[in-house]
Design a protein around this ligand. Structure first.
Ligand code: FE2
Ligand code: FE2
Length: 461
């Protein structure tokens, strides 16, 4: 079989040195979606934090570390989406968005739980769920925050950020008076970056929902309880400058944030670094649902197996591997109420699911280092007969790399356990895929998958 006429998708020109702030800053739009925050929340929080840092004359190297602690503060968040949806029987994205405005008091938390929990359930289910949560509020909050903080800090370490960056992420929910979570750290035991990150998050959430006065009140009202009073004073000083608020409201916040002094670190493009970044965000995607755990990494493995059988070059395979790791990035926009649903999806839910490749493509297109894989990820649910989604393209409009990814993706989806069915035996999966050759799948790619699976089976044996 020959595929040489397709091997045009991967651009050969080298990339300029990467601004780290741009890579992670643009990925933060994906984290905003998981948290139900208005687009740009992480970047706006970074803008606030940088001004607080400047007001306390923070040294420039620490400003750079602070930058990444804030921009990646929510990198562990997808890991508690499934427990939130299950425990509170609600939409995790809406729940997380609204929880950020709760004042942290027991009364405030209970009121929030009463309002949010099992909104669409019957009276008895709602009461049972609320009682279960209300009697364990402290422990539940702590568990959810621990999961998120530990995972976030671990991913930052895997990305080779310093301990200070990881600690800033891990301690995001600690409060100055010791009432926070997960470790109930107090005062100067809390990493300063974490306290600035929390303050910045509160400013953006309140400013986005209720305006500048509400943001200032939310911060000053928590001085000495949530926040170090010195940081609150620094924020009030920064907030006195109209340019601070103009910047915060700028639709092109990304350009402003990437020009900050703490954002000026660059790095030569390096395949190892791009592999690490893709693997980190694949973990963020896979952590979202227990039913898709490891789906992205397994899909990348199968895609590479097919690519090797077909005879793609090593650099080409490596590039496709990254595209496969990130193909479902757009799933971060889908609520776990839908992703983990055991029953059939209704029309509205199905429409949301069908948009996820579009979101993958949109997010990847914004990141210079990954924009050349965007169209591959965006088309992974297309079919050769044009009946796929989101665009309904078909035939030769579907690139070889996408055909490989589609076969790998469906093979993994069918051979893994899902909420609505058990895992299917591999031979049954391959027989099902055979029946859809030339309609959904490229026959050459399915044949390559079979021979690749055969090869590894015998290599292991
Ligand atoms: Fe997908
Ligand atoms: Fe997938």
């Amino acid at each position: 079989m020959t595929f040489s006429h397709y091997e045009k998708t991967r651009p050969e020109h080298p990339l300029p040195p990467l601004q780290m702030a741009e890579v992670f800053g643009m990925f933060s739009y994906a984290l905003d979606m998981t948290e139900g925050q208005p687009s740009g929340h992480s970047l706006r929080s970074t803008w606030v934090g940088a001004h607080v840092a400047q007001a306390i004359d923070m040294p420039i190297d620490m400003q750079s570390e602070l930058f990444f602690s804030i921009v990646l503060k929510d990198i562990g968040c997808s890991s508690n989406a499934a427990p939130v949806a299950k425990l509170f029987q609600t939409d995790d994205i809406t729940f997380k968005r609204d929880y950020k405005t709760v004042d942290g008091s027991l009364r405030g938390t209970l009121q929030f739980v009463l309002n949010q929990t099992a909104r669409n359930a019957g009276f008895f289910t709602r009461m049972k769920t609320i009682t279960k949560i209300a009697t364990n509020t402290d422990q539940i909050t702590k568990d959810l925050i621990t999961t998120r903080c530990e995972r976030g800090a671990r991913i930052a370490q895997q990305l080779q950020f310093s301990d200070r960056v990881a600690d800033g992420i891990a301690a995001l929910d600690e409060h100055w008076d010791g009432s926070g979570a997960p470790k109930r750290l107090r005062g100067k035991d809390i990493p300063q970056a974490a306290n600035i990150a929390l303050l910045s998050q509160v400013v953006d959430v309140f400013h986005s929902e209720h305006g500048a006065t509400a943001a200032i009140e939310a911060v000053t009202g928590r001085s000495g309880t949530w926040f170090d009073p010195i940081l609150v004073k620094a924020f009030v000083k920064a907030a006195d400058d109209p340019a601070f608020w103009l910047g915060l409201r700028d639709r092109d916040i990304a350009t402003r944030v990437f020009a900050l002094p703490g954002a000026q670190q660059t790095r030569d493009v390096h395949d190892d670094f791009l592999d690490d970044v893709a693997a980190a965000f694949a973990q963020v995607v896979d952590a979202k649902s227990p039913f898709t755990a490891d789906h992205s990494s397994r899909t990348a493995f199968y895609a590479d197996l097919i690519a090797e059988e077909i005879g793609l070059s090593r650099p080409h395979r490596r590039w496709l591997y990254r595209a496969s790791l990130l193909h479902d990035l757009g799933k971060l926009a889908v609520s776990n109420r839908i992703l983990d649903k055991a029953g059939k999806l209704n029309e509205e839910e199905w429409t949301i699911v069908r948009a996820h490749p579009f979101h993958s493509e949109r997010l990847l297109k914004q990141i210079t280092a990954f924009q050349d894989i965007a169209s591959i990820a965006g088309a992974h649910h297309e079919r050769l007969d044009g009946r796929g989604y989101p665009y309904g393209i078909g035939g030769n409009e579907i690139a070889l790399e996408t055909r490989i990814l589609t076969v790998a993706d469906v093979f993994d989806a069918l051979s893994a356990h899902r909420p609505y069915r058990d895992a299917l035996p591999i031979n049954d999966v391959l027989a099902m895929m055979d029946r859809d050759i030339d309609r959904a799948f490229d026959g050459g790619c399915v044949a390559a998958l079979k021979s690749g699976l055969h090869r590894i089976k015998h290599r292991v044996a």
